[in-house]
Design a protein around this ligand. Structure first.
Ligand code: SF4
Length: 260
């Protein structure tokens, strides 16, 4: 079926696809998304374990899929070292993104404690805006969210249609942290160096603390500041008709500068 009179675009039934995905292993979901949207699919990750697992799976399925890492300038040194180690070990096609505002200009304008005074603005400048730029032209956005990480993620679909005809794919939606660790153990993938120190969800250093016994996985993020998400997963609204997405039947080679 053509879309908007364009014979090269057809409609995907995402509602039906989601029914299938509920019983499809993550590798099968990744195969579908990369075959359907190549070369316009990317993975975003911050070198948390779920992103690492997906990046590892993509090596076999579609190793050319770009991996976007947002370097906010506030990551733990351990995260940057872990990134470098895994990029080198698995030859990951990483693209580091950063704010368009040079750091000296950022500090001069906002100071170096904006994350304490206005974390939403700090995330907007250092995380959301760089990703918005990088996602231009991208049709499928793969990420590592799981439903059991937070109450705000419980009802997440595996494939979501967002504004701009973007399809966001959450291949590990049905996994638990145990599934993630079992995969990492099976493939001898090292864990994040801060994990052993009680950091269950790891973002920027000024906004992350270890969790306490009984707390949920993301309790250490922006603790005590009434903030639970950085905005990366909320800046694009769901599309009006979430059940359908169009797909370009004519595949072109990925331009070298896509999402860089
Ligand atoms: S997580 Fe904290 S330091 Fe990182 S961009 Fe957001 S507010 Fe700034």
């Amino acid at each position: 079926m053509s879309v908007d009179g364009d014979p090269n675009r057809s409609t995907l039934d995402l509602a039906r696809q989601n029914e299938i995905f509920e019983t499809t292993p993550p590798a099968g979901i990744l195969r579908w998304v990369t075959e359907t949207f190549a070369p316009d699919a990317v993975l975003t990750m911050s070198f948390q374990h779920e992103g690492v697992v997906i990046a590892h799976m993509l090596r076999e399925i579609a190793p050319e899929t770009p991996i976007l890492f947002i370097d906010t300038g506030y990551h733990f040194p351990e995260t940057l070292a872990y990134r470098d180690e895994l990029v080198s070990r698995f030859q990951l096609p990483i693209r580091n993104l950063s704010s368009t505002m040079p750091r000296p200009e950022f500090i001069e304008k906002y100071g170096d404690d904006l994350h304490q005074r206005d974390p939403d603005l700090c995330c907007k400048i250092n995380k959301v805006e760089p990703l918005q730029l990088a996602l231009r032209g991208v049709r499928a956005w793969i990420n590592g969210r799981r439903r059991d990480q937070a109450s705000t993620r419980t009802d997440m679909k595996i494939a979501e249609r967002l504004q701009g005809d973007m399809v966001k794919v959450n291949p590990l939606a049905n996994w638990s942290s145990k599934d993630t660790f079992e995969y990492m153990t099976r493939f001898d993938i090292p864990t994040h160096p801060l994990f052993e120190q009680g950091y269950a969800s790891i973002g920027c250093a000024p906004c992350t603390r270890p969790i306490l016994a009984g707390e949920d996985e993301r309790a250490g993020r922006w603790a005590g500041r009434g903030k639970t998400e950085c905005g990366l997963h909320t800046f694009l609204e769901p599309a009006e008709d979430e059940s359908a997405a169009s797909v370009d039947e004519t595949r072109s080679e990925r331009p070298d500068d896509k999402a860089s």
